[in-house]
Design a protein around this ligand. Structure first.
Ligand SMILES: [Zn+2]
Length: 111
């Protein structure tokens, strides 16, 4: 399995958290040491918003890229089906990969 991408809400939570925390700390200490973190938080928040918008667009399927992605997924599924095809051993009926030369269960020589 491919690694799951970071969901948009994680960016929103991190962005909001970092921004608010930095602002509060800066206000309390009457400094702007954490100003950089405020900007980082805003960037995270913006990325979250962009991801959210992308999600909405893809889910509606109103963009041309969406059907292409579906076709690619279908191809991947077909490939997976091809590689997961099994044959049964003629003697012990155990399921085998078609490329096996011998049955690992009973030792029968295969084609
Ligand atoms: Zn066998």
């Amino acid at each position: 399995m491919a690694q799951q991408p970071i969901p948009f809400w994680a960016y929103l939570i991190i962005g909001t958290g970092v921004t608010v925390t930095s602002l509060i700390v800066d206000m309390q200490t009457e400094s702007d040491k954490l100003k950089l973190f405020v900007y980082i938080g805003i960037i995270f928040f913006a990325v979250g918003i962009i991801k959210l918008l992308f999600n909405l667009i893809f889910n509606r399927g109103s963009i041309n890229i969406a059907p292409k992605v579906k076709v690619e997924k279908k191809l991947i599924q077909q490939n997976q089906q091809k590689t997961s095809v099994t044959v049964a051993c003629p003697r012990c009926k155990v399921k085998l990969h078609p490329k096996f030369k011998f049955c690992p269960n009973c030792g029968l020589k295969l084609n």
